[in-house]
Design a protein around this ligand. Sequence first.
Ligand SMILES: [Fe+2]
Ligand SMILES: [Fe+2]
Length: 191
Amino acid sequence: MQKKSNNHAHNGAHNTETTNTSTMESSQLMKLFEDELKDIYWAEKALTKAIPKMIKNATNAELKEALQNHLSETEEQVSRVEQVFELLGKKVVAKKCEAMAGLIKEAEEIMEDCEEGAMRDAGIISAAQKVEHYEIASYGTLRTFAETLNLTDAAELLEATLKEEKAADEKLSEIGTTVVNVEAVHEEIEK
Ligand SMILES: [Fe+2]
Ligand SMILES: [Fe+2]
């Protein structure tokens, strides 16, 4: 718990009175942790429905495969979040994540607006990477909260998902730079 006081030192001087994490502070952090968990639970469940639409709309075989793999991972991630709720002794609850709802809506618009083929694939990659970045930010925070609250098992589950999100993002970058964007440009030039 000493560690957390050090982190606070970077954020300003509002924690000068206490050097240890107070009970009130940790219960507030627990509340925030739980709220964020409900948010990401909604987001992951929404993604299990959104990713299949991306797969259907994608043309590039490598992209389809990467999305398919990440769909399986996402299903596993839903169950990991459920396990974290269980570790906390809390009921499994989803709370609508407006940010993810917006990112999914944007992805749907991109798929409608872009012509099928390399252009739409490029759009799908762009939308999917925004999703991954949101998840990376969320799981990074959740893992750090869990560590601060000494919830070691929860932190491990969250770290496992964080790694998958990072790998998915990297895979999309790779597909985007090596295959899709080149094809998309050529398609445009040929018109
Ligand atoms: Fe995820
Ligand atoms: Fe993801």
